[in-house]
Ligand binder design. Sequence first.
Ligand SMILES: *Cc1c(COP(=O)(O)O)cnc(C)c1O
Length: 381
Amino acid sequence: MATSIPLSMPDISPREIEAVVDALQSNTLSIGPRIEQFEQQCAQVAGRRYAVGVSSGTAGLHCALMAAGIGEGDEVITTPFSFVASANCILFVGAKPVFVDIDPRNLNIDLGKIEGAITPKTRAIVAVETFGHPGGMVELEQLAHQQRLTLIEDCCEGFGGRIDRRPIGSFGLAGVFGFHPNKQITTGEGGMIVTDDEAFADSCRALRNQGREGTAWLSHQRLGYNYRLGELNAALGSAQVSRLDEILENRRRVANTYMRRLMANRYLILPTLDEHELVSWFVFVVRLNDLFAAADRDRIMDGLRDEGIGCNNYFPPIHLQPYMIERFGYAEGMLPVTEYVSARTIALPFFSQMTEHQIARVCDTLEKLLEKTLIKPTSRF
Ligand SMILES: *Cc1c(COP(=O)(O)O)cnc(C)c1O
């Protein structure tokens, strides 16, 4: 069998390796100059005044909701079509996630359905640029402003993207990036909160560092956490940001090759692009059309994996995760667009160093499997 093609892979150059070795030799492995430098770089990418480095995207979202004062009794509107962390952070602070269905074009929260979900308890919106697509963020920011709701961007999938001149991460009170190895840039594990609000940034800084507000190590002004980002991770992140243009350009090349290659396939719906919106490609997700059901999609994924091609069903609906059903009693049919889309999505291998040959192999295999699955329908009635 041909060598396998992973779903994702970080882009690590000698520059990153050198930066981490330098950090190791500096003897300052926590709270040093590297996190500060990395924070400044991220603030610049997001067009924000302040950035606070944290140990993961999830930790950043938790801090952001706490610092925004969201808590017990509050409702927070969010998308059900995402990685679970965007909803979990709402549960962490004791608030209730209220899921609003998605726009089938950009797969982000449907702006037209938000007002119907607002109640007297609604305090905030946690919005996600799904798969790095910034569609709708400008209008969403206006809507949040009109409704006096706090907007927090879970921009973990959108580092480096923008709408016209507005970077992803610049909308609302704060944005949170994630740097897990499957993201555009990585710190191994890590995240970054970005904001223009100084008091909010200070609050996040205290929360990530055991509730310390000054430099005294054993003086804790409030309950805090250890959500710090280490110097080794920050060194890696810093070197990655310095290569951001190159990394994003390569990801764009891979996405464009996929688009050109799959554009004419009648069974697939490809990502929707708008000329004002610069997607920061996080993953490359295709959707099967309505000739296919979820079971067909699963068989196609099995077929891809049998050929050594990594893939996944990004994303199953959050409201239908077992712990959500148990806690809130949600059932299928509640958010039809999300459920329809998520039954038919496949994330294909996607990374900056992917070769034309690898892309061709993925596309050929996928197209063969699409034909084969339609000829032998097992799941339709
Ligand atoms: C990756 C991701 C996160 C954060 O993930 P961590 O692994 O905690 O860094 C949060 N939200 C979304 C939408 C993500 O894709």
